[in-house]
Design a protein around this ligand. Structure first.
Ligand SMILES: [Mg+2]
Length: 417
């Protein structure tokens, strides 16, 4: 691979700081400058899904168990997540940004990237527009909302830059400073280096970004363990590679059940809701699945999984039957009485139903059509006005907290990436 490395800035990456907590602090000034976490439900056994800057200074971060967090900070304030409010603020924030720069990619509820063009490719102008974005968010959306902005020649480096200063950061990585500007960072500051890749890199005798940067492209590929390594070699030198869109490799929903809903009967109904939501998203993206993963977490903590292969499907009836059969088996075989968490995910996603078996073709098409009619009716008249197999009230479960997918009130979620 050979790429022309231009000496200009092409991308601005914006990351709202401590998003869920910041929105809570925006709405309630009494929470500001205090250790606050947002949790999926009010229980000491759950984890923080966001932590305020003050909580982070005490060692509490996303993923910290609440009973551990309370040991670190007995006066910690725990707030139950309010999905709808966070999505409304997401929309307001990105609408404001869009007035100044085109938002090319939204990666999660609080992160997005804009391509810089014209004069904004120059460092001073890029810094100036970044400051305007910060100000416009504070003036027009919420005075307590801060963000960290990274600017660089490619999206990969812009994201790294956005992580280099928190909160309220503004960092430019200039092409002529590469790759030396990255040397001070920890290995896992490079997107793509998770726990496994880090272990692999360390095992190969590399312990710093500086050492990693000094490898040639082929060696970096083998050290990294896949072709991403070679791509990263070019990215960390500033090449603005076309980063192909990451296709959804799966569609899933999960739910931690409130203590009163952990009995097998109620939990089964919640599973129905989860699979129907996943199937709805599948159809909204015109996709089919050929593999379903059902994971049950029990009390005491134990994880039980079942992966079910199927012919390509997208209709409610078929997916529901498969997943309920698997559920019934798991409950019976393992003699389960309490379910703490249910996750269901659809894998092997494909665009066309090319493998539909001929004999079943007409029936499957009929079921797909029926499912799409249900989607349309629900979209028009309200979420879950038409339900399958369970009372409507069961469908009133809490929305899944938005990280990589932004769920909406009705219809499909906002497409990310
Ligand atoms: Mg953030």
């Amino acid at each position: 691979m050979a790429f022309c490395i231009e000496n200009k800035l092409n991308w601005l990456y914006i990351d709202i700081n401590s998003y869920f907590v910041t929105i809570e602090q925006q709405l309630n000034p009494d929470l500001r400058y205090k250790p606050v976490v947002v949790v999926p439900l009010l229980s000491d056994s759950t984890c923080a899904i966001a932590a305020s800057h003050e909580a982070k200074l005490l060692g509490i971060k996303t993923g910290t168990k609440i009973y551990e967090a309370k040991k670190l900070c007995p006066e910690l304030i725990c707030l139950e997540a309010r999905h709808k409010v966070y999505v409304e603020y997401h929309d307001k924030i990105f609408q404001e940004i869009d007035l100044y720069l085109k938002v090319d990619h939204i990666f999660s509820i609080d992160e997005g990237a804009c391509r810089l063009t014209g004069k904004y490719c120059l460092p001073q102008e890029a810094m100036a527009i970044a400051r305007i974005l910060k100000k416009t968010i504070q003036n027009n959306v919420g005075d307590y909302i801060t963000c960290s902005i990274g600017i660089a020649s490619n999206r990969y480096l812009a994201k790294i830059a956005s992580n280099m200063q928190k909160p309220d950061g503004l960092v430019i990585i200039r092409p002529d400073e590469l790759p030396e500007a990255l040397y001070k960072l920890k290995l896992n500051a490079l997107p793509g280096i998770g726990a496994k890749t880090k272990e692999r890199i360390l095992k190969s005798g590399i312990s710093s970004i500086e050492e990693l940067c000094k490898l040639n492209a082929i060696k970096l590929k083998t050290t990294w363990g896949n072709v991403w390594g070679e791509k990263v070699w070019h990215l960390i030198r500033g090449a603005d590679l076309p980063l192909e869109e990451t296709k959804n490799s799966s569609i899933g929903h999960s739910q931690v059940l409130a203590p009163e809903s952990r009995g097998v009967d109620i939990a089964r109904n919640i599973l129905v809701t989860l699979i129907l939501k996943a199937a709805n998203r599948l159809r909204s993206q015109v996709l089919y699945t050929n593999s379903i993963l059902l994971t049950l977490e029990t009390m005491p903590r134990r994880s039980i999984k079942d992966r079910i292969k199927t012919e390509l499907s997208c209709d409610n009836n078929k997916l529901l039957k498969i997943v309920l059969k698997s559920w019934d088996n798991l409950i019976k075989i393992n003699n389960l009485k309490n379910i703490r968490k249910i996750s269901v995910s659809l894998h092997g996603l494909q665009k066309k139903s090319a493998q539909l078996s001929f004999g079943d073709f007409h029936n499957q098409k009929k079921q797909e059509h029926l499912s799409k009619v249900v989607d349309l009716v629900n979209k028009k008249y309200g979420h879950n006005i038409v339900t399958i197999g369970v009372p409507a009230s069961i469908h009133e479960i809490k929305p899944i907290i938005a990280f990589g997918h932004i769920p909406r009130e009705t219809g499909k979620g906002k497409s990310l990436k």
